[in-house]
Design a protein around this ligand. Structure first.
Ligand SMILES: Nc1ncnc2c1ncn2[C@@H]1O[C@H](COP(=O)(O)OP(=O)(O)O)[C@@H](O)[C@H]1O
Ligand SMILES: [Mg+2]
Length: 254
C-alpha cells in the first residue's frame, strides 16, 4: 500500500483557552481532491495552516508524502524544525488564499517567478519561461506584464494559482479561493482548479461551492467546531448527509 499524500491523525490546536481543532483525522491519497466544508469558525483555515506548518500543532501528527512538515521525530518525541528546514519542506505544498496576496508592485510574471528565483535559485530566464507556460495554463497568456491592480479578482486568483504551481508542489491547499470574487468570475477560477485536478494534482479545497465539490471532489469532509462531523463521497455527503449538523449547514449554503 502506498503512503497517503496527506495523513492527519488526531490533530489538535488551541489558541489560549479556545480549542479550535479537537483531533482531526484526514487522509488524502495521491491525486485525490478533498473538499472541506463547514461553518465559519469551525477551524478549516487553521487546519490548512497546520498542514503547511504556518501553525504549530498541539497534538497529533501530520505528514505530507510520509514526511512530518514542521517536526523531526526522535524516538517517540517530536522536535520542531528550524525555520529554514520548515521552508524547505513547505516547498512541496502550494497554498492559495481567499485574498490572492499577490505582490502589488510586481507584474503577473514577476509574481510567478519570485519564489523559483529567490527560494529555489532558478535562473531568471528559465523562471520566466516557466512563468509564461503557467500563466498560459491558467488562461492568462496575454496578461504576463499586467500588474495585480490591472487584473480582475478572478485573474489575480489565477495568477496566485500559477504562482503556487511554480514551485512544483505535491499538494495544493485552497482556502475559499472564490469567496472574495464577484459571482461572474468564480467559474474561470473553478475551471482552472478542475483542470488541475484532472491533471492529477492532489488538492485540499476549503469551499462552499457544493457543485464543484460534487463534480471534482473525491471526498467531502464536513467540519464543525473543530471536529470532522462526517466525510465520504461528496455526492452522498452533500445530497444525503447522515448527520443533522451537516444537513443544517447545507440547507444554509445551497
Ligand atoms: N491566530 C489566532 N488567534 C486566536 N484565535 C484564532 C486564531 N486563528 C483562528 N482563531 C480562532 O479559531 C477559530 C477557527 O478559525 P478558522 O480556522 O479561521 O475557522 P474557519 O476557517 O473554519 O472559518 C475561530 O474561533 C477563530 O476566531
Ligand atoms: Mg477560513
Amino acid at each position: 500500500m502506498s503512503t497517503p499524500l496527506l495523513h492527519a491523525r488526531g490533530v489538535r490546536k488551541h489558541f489560549g483557552r479556545l480549542e479550535v481543532l479537537k483531533g482531526i483525522d484526514l487522509t488524502v491519497e495521491r491525486g485525490q481532491v478533498c473538499c472541506l466544508l463547514g461553518p465559519s469558525g469551525s477551524g478549516k483555515s487553521t487546519f490548512l495552516r497546520c498542514i503547511n506548518h504556518l501553525e504549530k500543532v498541539d497534538g497529533g501528527r501530520l505528514t505530507v508524502d510520509g514526511e512530518l512538515v514542521g517536526y523531526r521525530q526522535q524516538g517517540s518525541r517530536l522536535h520542531e524544525l528550524r525555520e529554514s528546514e520548515v521552508a524547505e519542506r513547505r516547498r512541496d505544498i502550494g497554498m492559495v488564499f481567499q485574498r490572492f496576496n499577490l505582490f502589488p508592485h510586481m507584474t503577473a510574471e514577476e509574481n510567478v517567478m519570485e519564489a523559483p528565483v529567490q527560494v529555489a535559485g532558478v535562473p531568471r530566464a528559465q523562471a520566466r519561461e516557466t512563468a509564461h507556460a503557467l500563466l498560459e495554463r491558467v488562461g492568462l497568456g496575454d496578461k504576463v506584464r499586467g500588474y495585480p491592480a490591472e487584473l480582475s479578482g478572478g485573474q489575480q486568483q489565477r495568477v496566485a494559482i500559477a504562482r503556487a504551481l511554480a514551485m512544483k508542489p505535491k499538494l495544493m491547499l485552497f482556502d475559499e479561493p472564490t469567496s472574495a470574487l464577484d459571482p461572474e468570475l468564480v467559474g474561470d477560477v473553478l475551471d482552472v482548479m478542475r483542470q488541475l485536478a484532472e491533471d492529477g494534482m492532489t488538492m485540499v479545497v476549503v469551499t462552499h461551492e457544493t457543485g464543484f465539490a460534487r463534480e471534482v471532489g473525491d471526498t467531502a469532509v464536513f467540519m464543525d467546531e473543530g471536529v470532522v462531523v462526517e466525510a465520504g463521497d461528496p455526492r452522498r455527503v452533500l445530497t444525503d448527509p447522515e448527520q443533522d449538523r451537516t444537513r443544517a449547514f447545507l440547507s444554509k449554503v445551497l
